[in-house]
Design a protein around this ligand. Structure first.
Ligand SMILES: NC(=O)c1ccc[n+]([C@@H]2O[C@H](COP(=O)([O-])OP(=O)(O)OC[C@H]3O[C@@H](n4cnc5c(N)ncnc54)[C@H](O)[C@@H]3O)[C@@H](O)[C@H]2O)c1
Ligand SMILES: O=C(O)C(=O)C[C@]1(C(=O)O)C=C[C@@H](O)C=C1
Length: 362
């Protein structure tokens, strides 16, 4: 059996714990979290075999200890958990910034037992109640092992990560912090700033807020993320974020100048270049952004509607990868989203559903 300890069992800790429990039979989970409701839920749902409000003796059984609180709290928790760490236990974290914890590990002389981690998947939702076993599926899980961790220990941990459904990828801490500042941290600032812009410019009736459609909602979904988490990320990856933010401000300044000068050729090149590069992300066969074979359809708001659709597809040998209600209606139309394994299934499903009178949307 492998005993995994979790210090913080929110969205990410909870999702890792669920994935391990779902995919393996040999996992024991010991968790601590200051949130009482989380401890209750995790025990009731049989995700945590043992749950405590704070680090305690029980953690001396752990083969791995995952630090899964917001980044600065992970540093504090690392210090608290050390007295409960058995020899050979691997310490790891899931924090979105890697350099500060890496420095702390060096200063504590723990360079033979720490593997920094960062799953490149998540959501704007918070807490254990929103955690999912499938959250990390096919996502890169960045590993930044300290220099003296034995190769065999790194390989074992990679195996554990793979069994969560994630793809382990080794990246050095400082490089990690620069790269994630560009693809994750800056976008969260941009999203929050856009939301503030609309709030500050809307009229008394909130017309902007009412009519905001897919474009605004797609680019600002992440503005609903945890302010505690993002404040701590900004406070710990400040230099990288600030440098990239300056480059971004400069780029916006150039666009503003092109607008003021009615420079249509430059504006066209700006959008065209972005489109080509962004499309190349989607077209990649592997990587975190996968091709999405999904459709949406309108269904009556009554019991059995989802079952009727899934049965119809199953009877016609069309396999469903995922099915669920679209709660936020960002897509404007259709309330049921169905994801398939391959492109072919989309055409077949649409023909079948349309013949039965369903209105479908791609
Ligand atoms: N949310 C994401 O999309 C995402 C993705 C990858 C990595 N991360 C990283 O994962 C970590 C956790 O983020 P999350 O999204 O799961 O947040 P979360 O708010 O859902 O969960 C954090 C959990 O830590 C607990 N906690 C808070 N303070 C604590 C403390 N001092 N000691 C112990 N537990 C404490 C909270 O009760 C909560 O259950 C962060 O370091 C974040 O940078 C987040
Ligand atoms: O999908 C989201 O909601 C996320 O913000 C996830 C996201 C990101 O892509 O920026 C957020 C923080 C992380 O550390 C890793 C992933």
């Amino acid at each position: 059996m492998i005993t995994c300890g979790f210090v913080g069992l929110g969205l990410i800790g909870g999702s890792i714990a669920r994935a391990l429990k779902a995919n393996r039979k040999d996992i024991v989970i010991i968790a601590c979290d200051p949130n009482e409701e989380t401890l209750k839920l995790a025990t009731e749902q049989k995700i945590a075999d043992e749950a405590y409000p704070a680090p305690c003796d029980a953690f001396t059984a752990c083969d791995y200890i995952f630090l899964c609180a917001p980044v600065s709290h992970n540093d504090e928790n690392l210090l608290k958990i050390l007295s409960y760490r058995k020899k050979d236990c691997i310490l790891t974290d899931v924090g979105s910034v890697k350099t500060p914890i890496n420095s702390l590990i060096h200063s504590l002389g723990l360079t033979d037992c720490f593997i920094g981690g960062h799953p490149m998947a998540g959501s704007e939702r918070i807490g254990f109640a929103n955690s999912k076993a499938g959250l990390l599926e096919n996502a890169y899980y960045i590993l930044a092992p300290a220099p003296q961790v034995p190769v065999a220990k790194i390989a074992e941990f990679q195996g554990l990560v793979a069994s969560m459904g994630a793809i382990p990828l080794q990246v050095e801490s400082q490089k990690h912090d620069y790269v994630t500042a560009a693809v994750s941290h800056l976008p969260h600032i941009v999203a929050a700033a856009l939301v503030h812009l609309v709030q500050d410019h809307d009229d008394a009736q909130g017309l902007m807020k009412s009519i905001a459609a897919g474009g605004f909602k797609d680019i600002t979904r992440i503005a609903s993320s945890s302010p505690v988490m993002w404040e701590q990320i900004c406070m710990t990856n400040t230099v990288n974020i600030s440098r990239l933010l300056q480059d971004y401000i400069d780029a916006l300044g150039i666009v503003q100048k092109e607008l003021q000068e009615h420079d249509s050729a430059s504006l066209y090149a700006f959008f065209d270049g972005a489109r080509a590069y962004r499309d190349s992300f989607i077209d990649a066969g592997s990587g975190p952004i996968k091709k999405d074979y999904s459709i949406r359809l309108d269904i009556p708001d009554e019991a059995g509607s989802i079952a009727a659709v899934s049965t119809l597809l199953a009877l016609n040998n069309i396999s469903i990868k995922n099915i669920g209600i679209v709660h936020n209606r960002e897509a404007q139309e259709g309330v049921l989203r169905i994801e398939f394994y391959e492109e072919d299934s989309i055409t077949k499903a649409i023909q079948l559903l349309n013949r039965r009178g369903y209105v479908t949307h791609i």
